[in-house]
Design a protein around this ligand. Structure first.
Ligand SMILES: [Zn+2]
Ligand SMILES: [Zn+2]
Length: 317
């Protein structure tokens, strides 16, 4: 069972995205790339090199529903005459190919993001949406933790590895401890635990970073020999990456605690201090990052948190 990486261009800052072809019955594509002409052409070319056509794809599996990974899913499915599309149920806000703006808006306001900034972020959502087609609720099947994707000569076990998004999944081939991890594992950068509504109770926010740490530990328990990520080169030394991520998370936490004034601050205020020069999408990601680290510090009892006028204020202990 051969896993063939195909790199596709994206219009996003992160650069090309990796999708994975398993050219074996049923022919399966893990992620599809964004809905752009360039990505579509590169996908066709990648399949052609494997002596396949898009119409041969029988199954589309999504690691998560960010536009750079899921954008072409509908188009591939249509060209492949109703290939099955599988995604984890917790990709609620994302699985239909768009971000649930209203739920995000409430989370941003609570994090102290000013009204005009929220508006700017709304425009950003609209801009990103064009890179993915939507799905209706009955148009995809569910990826379930610990179930197996079967192929003619092997299986991939589904691992629900939330953190980057609530419904992120990884896939492990236990025979040689190879993992396809989407944006859960990226060789060069620490993945952003994106600010998301909780999939069960959307009025709360998802504990992205705590969940992410559990997911990383779970991947580590397989002692992976090779991890294919959503962007960049494959990771051969997972242990090194695990320790590097862990250190980066501890350093970031120390930084957010250090930045907290005695009088307290919102996640937005901390984000502006951490990343003063960011704009557009990166402002949203910087708030995401601040919230994730402040929440983790709070859950570990290192800082306090209280509501003041509809926003959350973190305070040093
Ligand atoms: Zn992503
Ligand atoms: Zn990505």
């Amino acid at each position: 069972m051969k896993i063939i990486p195909i790199s596709l261009p994206t219009p996003f800052y992160i650069g090309p995205v990796n999708v994975y072809l398993i050219a074996e019955d049923p022919i399966t594509l893990i992620d599809t790339g964004p809905k752009t002409k360039e990505a579509n052409e590169a996908l066709h070319e990648g399949l052609r090199k494997a002596r396949l056509r898009v119409s041969d794809v029988r199954r589309i599996v999504l690691t998560h529903a960010h536009e750079d990974h899921c954008g072409l899913a509908r188009s591939v499915r249509d060209q492949a005459k109703d290939a099955e599309v599988l995604v984890h149920a917790w990709e609620t806000g994302h699985r239909v190919g768009r971000l649930e703006y209203e739920e995000h808006r409430a989370l941003l306001v609570r994090a102290g993001v000013p009204r005009d900034e929220v508006q700017t972020m709304r425009k950003m959502y609209d801009g990103v949406r064009q890179y993915a087609d939507s799905f209706e609720a009955d148009e995809y099947g569910e990826l379930r933790d610990e179930e197996e994707l079967e192929f003619a000569t092997g299986t991939l076990r589904i691992l629900h590895t939330p953190g980057h998004t609530p419904g992120s999944c990884s896939f492990v081939r236990e025979a040689d401890r190879t993992i396809i991890a989407g944006d859960c594992v990226l060789k060069r950068i620490t993945p952003n635990p994106v600010l998301s509504p909780d999939p069960i109770d959307p009025t709360k926010r998802f504990a992205s970073l705590s969940e992410y740490l559990v997911s990383l530990a779970r991947l580590r328990s397989f002692a992976p020999t090779l991890v294919h990520g959503g962007h960049g080169d494959a990771v051969h030394d997972f242990e090194e990456l695990f320790n590097r991520y862990f250190r980066a998370i501890q350093e970031r936490q120390a930084q957010v605690i250090r930045l907290l004034p005695k009088s307290g601050a919102t996640a937005w205020e901390i984000a502006r201090q951490m990343f003063p020069d960011t704009d557009d999408v990166h402002r949203f990601l910087s708030v995401s990052e601040a919230v994730a680290h402040l929440d983790l510090a709070h859950s570990e009892g290192k800082i306090g948190l209280e509501m003041a006028d509809g926003t959350e204020v973190y305070r040093p202990q």
